[in-house]
Design a binder for this molecule. Structure first.
Ligand SMILES: [Zn+2]
Length: 374
């Protein structure tokens, strides 16, 4: 039985439910990024109050530090981080290719330098799944080979073939390894192929044949043009069955979310809202503002007068500008809270508009107000 069920449709958008061992997740949904087990500057209880039903952590980063033996002693990542709702883990395939780890990629896996003990070790597809089994996340992600943006078609072809081969090894290992922490852990494959639609479709079809619980799209947010990205998603969606929970990895700006939802994307994750907050870029219903600009110095308006988050109800732009300019930690806490609340509110409104078969009008009205500012 599929873990995902579509509930309502409006144009190309849909709502649905993803069933996991830690509860059902209403889709479309956005996962705040808890790379090391925490969302930067926001505590779990606040995320729950906002209605987030799922977080995503990073298997590779947790494996490096604090390490599996400590998380094993805690009986898995949910218990270690005291999060009782759904949890995805990314394999860390994206982090592994960063120069920081001096990666060498071949068919066996990714060999990298462990920054803690300086030894070179191999993260193979099997090893990546074994780590995620130990963490006990509700949805594990395959180790994939994501090429650096702008490579040649030959490079993309090679990485697509490798991604499919690794996906086969991931699913074989996942199905044969005893998962003591979360026996009902789901496994998603990841479509690669860059901007080459034929490679994307071939990769998606190959993954579907392997019988994953879901097929995600990776390799975005690394420099490609937005129109290319939406076109790839749209075209790849054509070969995915309706009951595939479609997760586009690394997307998190308001307009990108709206555009992706319009072509049937169900699941998002990104550090963008909290990272932008730390840089003073604030989402508002009438466009983004930069809190450190002098125009906010004497403004006693809220960040967004359409937002009912506690930051907007309590503090002025002038106060937040002051905190930000004086490098007070509370600036990051309050601004991150607002940005992530804004995204969750957008997602909730998207779901309502789909249920009321009103998504396209909602999208148009949101964009009209949001883009007007620029
Ligand atoms: Zn707010």
């Amino acid at each position: 039985m599929s873990c995902f069920k579509v509930c309502f449709k409006s144009g190309g958008a849909r709502t649905g439910r993803l069933s996991t061992a830690h509860g059902k997740i209403n889709t479309p949904f956005f996962m705040p990024v808890a790379t090391k087990g925490a969302v930067k500057n926001i505590i779990h209880s606040d995320l729950k109050k906002m209605g987030f039903e799922c977080l995503i952590s990073n298997a590779f980063i947790n494996y490096l530090n604090p390490g599996l033996s400590l998380i094993d002693s805690a009986m898995g990542l949910h218990k270690f981080m005291s999060w009782d709702k759904a949890l995805f883990t990314d394999s860390g395939g994206f982090q592994l290719i960063l120069d920081h780890f001096s990666p060498k990629i071949n068919d066996a896996g990714v060999s990298m330098i462990n920054p803690f003990n300086k030894s070179r070790e191999l993260i193979s597809p099997e090893k990546s799944i074994s780590i995620q089994n130990s963490l006990g996340s509700d949805v594990a992600m395959c180790l994939d080979h994501q090429p650096i943006f702008g490579k040649s078609r030959v490079d993309y072809l090679e990485s697509t073939i490798r991604t499919i081969e690794w996906a086969k090894r991931c699913i074989v290992f996942h199905n044969s390894n005893e998962n003591k922490i979360n026996p009902n852990q789901l496994l998603f494959g990841i479509v690669q192929g860059g901007n080459h639609i034929d490679l994307r479709k071939k990769c998606a079809l190959a993954l579907l044949q392997l019988g994953f619980d879901g097929v995600a799209l990776g390799g975005f947010g690394i420099g490609e043009a937005q129109n290319d990205m939406f076109n790839i998603i749209k075209q790849t969606k054509k070969v995915l069955p309706e009951n595939n929970c479609t997760y586009v990895m690394g997307i998190g700006s308001p307009l990108e979310i709206l555009n992706c939802v319009s072509v049937g994307v169900d699941c998002f994750d990104s550090a963008y809202p909290t990272r932008m907050a730390r840089h003073g870029l604030i989402f508002t219903s009438v466009g983004n503002i930069q809190i450190d600009k002098s125009i906010n110095k004497n403004s006693f308006l809220p960040l967004d007068d359409s937002c009912d988050c506690f930051v907007c109800k309590t503090y002025s732009r002038a106060y937040l500008h002051h905190l930000f300019k004086t490098h007070e930690q509370n600036a990051h806490i309050l601004l991150s809270y607002h940005n992530i609340y804004f995204i969750q509110n957008l997602i909730k409104n998207i779901r309502v508009s789909i249920k009321e078969n009103n998504f396209n009008i909602f999208k148009k009205e949101f964009e009209l107000k949001y883009i007007k500012k620029f």
